[in-house]
Design a protein around this ligand. Sequence first.
Ligand SMILES: NC(=O)c1ccc[n+]([C@@H]2O[C@H](COP(=O)([O-])OP(=O)(O)OC[C@H]3O[C@@H](n4cnc5c(N)ncnc54)[C@H](OP(=O)(O)O)[C@@H]3O)[C@@H](O)[C@H]2O)c1
Length: 155
Amino acid sequence: MPSASMLVRMERSEVTHEDGGSKGVILNISSASGMYPVPLLTVYSATKAFVDFFSRGLHAEYKSRGVTVQSVLPFFVATKLSKVRKPTWDKPSPEAYVRSALNTVGLQTRTNGYLPHALMGWVTGSLLPSCLSTKLAMNVNKGLRARFLKRVKKN
Ligand SMILES: NC(=O)c1ccc[n+]([C@@H]2O[C@H](COP(=O)([O-])OP(=O)(O)OC[C@H]3O[C@@H](n4cnc5c(N)ncnc54)[C@H](OP(=O)(O)O)[C@@H]3O)[C@@H](O)[C@H]2O)c1
């Protein structure tokens, strides 16, 4: 897990440089996939759960010194990584997402960052039992994988 250990090293050195009086905000990009296990994206999901836990722990350690560590857990955003080309109400452009997420700084230390994502996070993270959210994610990813394999076979 090189990205996880890099995150730990970067932030440890950043926060230990903070002297007693200075303030700062660190935004760590986790993912909604880190809120519960997401089968067929298991390693990604586990790494994002690490980012979320790490951020929350670090925030508790350093808030008294004026350092805020925010954990950001987006659902889909229309980027190169997600392969979503056209932004929609639930899959915003990166600009729209970032604008909205930045408005939560100072208000929330753990956020889905965008109102429709917050609603999705509430349903899948709090309303549904974790086993159901995981089952739902499994079915969605099975469908995505089947579509991908069909496309690969066709080309
Ligand atoms: N998009 C989503 O739906 C979504 C949902 C939840 C969480 N996230 C998280 O959001 C974060 C950003 O993702 P994104 O969707 O914005 O992805 P993206 O559009 O693919 O952008 C990733 C960025 O990281 C840079 N990058 C990748 N590997 C790198 C490396 N080894 N060293 C330095 N820079 C590197 C890329 O540079 P180049 O442009 O030069 O390749 C690019 O600027 C990720 O942590 C992702 O897990 C995304």
